[in-house]
Design a protein around this ligand. Structure first.
Ligand code: SAH
Length: 344
């Protein structure tokens, strides 16, 4: 049997693992033992010491467990941010970032190898799309970093490489895996997902009734400007996107985060701020202003600090909740796709 035919157990929910164990003639309770090992970060059958040697050998024959190799780890000298380059079993490389906050550790993880969305300001654009990650591979990013850190990771943000909603089913499966009480047991309220605005998937996600925080990469309240920054706006216009956001907040009662990366002379004028106010007034939301990280592939420049402050104050004065994102790990290229790009 080749590796491709083996079942990757990290992808399975506890119920699926029980079915799997029974399908190979084993007792159902073995599933829970294996599940707990995997989610503790023990990804080798040899180390699963409460299984008989015989069972370990049998599992090795029919199953596998995804393992990520840490190719490189860069630690920021400015803060506790660490950037990981991780190699998948098929040789592809992804990246994840560990961040330390007052409340604990958070990881920023990738959902795909590359991205198809083509946002002009993003370092993941132009390096090509290879494939989506499986639920287990996404989980493995968290497990690998937690194991390396030696402390519990309490929060997850899906803001690394890829468009999570372009890999919808695997991302939902991943959420169920990390939520599992026998696994990492990370509650939905400790998880954020960021999307460039795939409207049909936002509507699907509203139906999941999940408590996950949804972030929308908005970046402009003007279709023409947004389209020049994000090709997805050709497919789903701002009006449609905002209407989906309204449905989402009404259904879930969860506050949406709008991300707005400020680019000098492109989307950072007073008028831009007022247009944004008009667009999102009345929606249960928060605006996260991000001074854009300058990447080689675009000529976008970061807005000046006084512009950023001005923009924020306009929103605040109009009663819109807004903060400016603190930049972490700027000395280790912690922004979107930058490390992987330089490696390729
Ligand atoms: N595809 C998803 C998630 C990945 S990007 C999305 O588009 O939301 C995560 C966030 O980083 C998004 O808000 C994205 O717009 C933003 N981002 C990407 N490149 C950036 C850059 N160079 N500077 C600042 N923010 C950037």
């Amino acid at each position: 049997m080749s590796i491709d035919e083996k079942v990757d157990l990290i992808n399975l929910s506890l119920v699926e693992l029980e079915e799997f164990m029974q399908s190979i003639g084993e007792k159902k309770f073995r599933a829970r033992q294996v599940f707990e090992w995997i989610h503790k970060g023990v990804l080798s059958f040899d180390d699963m010491t409460n299984l008989s040697l015989e069972l370990r050998d049998k599992l090795k024959e029919v199953a596998t467990i995804c393992n990520l190799e840490i190719v490189e780890k860069l630690e920021s000298k400015l803060d506790k941010t660490a950037k990981y380059l991780l190699r998948l079993p098929d040789g592809n490389i992804i990246e994840s970032v560990l961040m330390k906050y007052k409340y604990g550790y958070s990881v920023c993880i990738s959902s795909q190898i590359g991205c198809r969305m083509g946002c002009r300001f993003c370092a993941s654009t132009g390096i090509g799309f290879v494939r989506s990650l499986t639920a287990g591979e996404i989980l493995c990013e968290v497990l690998t970093i937690q194991e390396d850190l030696g402390e519990r990771i309490s929060n997850i943000v899906m803001m690394g490489i890829g468009e999570p909603f372009d890999n919808y089913d695997n991302v939902i499966k991943f959420l169920n895996l990390v939520n599992d009480k026998c696994g990492l047991n990370i509650g939905s309220r400790h998880i954020s997902i960021s999307t460039c605005g795939l409207v049909p998937r936002i509507l699907d996600f509203a139906k999941e009734n999940s408590q996950v925080t949804l972030s929308i990469s908005l970046h402009s309240a003007n279709d023409e400007v947004r389209e020049s920054m994000m090709p997805i706006n050709k497919k789903y216009k701002i009006k449609e996107l905002i209407s989906a956001c309204n449905i989402y907040t009404e259904r879930t009662n969860r506050r949406i985060t709008f991300e707005y990366a400020l680019v000098r002379g492109v989307n950072d004028s007073d008028k831009d701020a007022l247009d944004l106010v008009k667009l999102i007034e009345g929606i249960l939301c928060h605006v996260n202003l991000i001074p854009i990280n300058e990447v080689d592939s675009s000529n976008y420049k970061q807005s000046y600090n006084d512009r950023i402050e001005n923009f924020k104050n306009i929103l605040l004065k109009k009663g819109i909740n807004a903060t400016v994102r603190r930049e972490l790990g700027s000395d280790i290229k912690a922004a979107c796709g930058q490390l992987r790009r330089s490696k390729l």
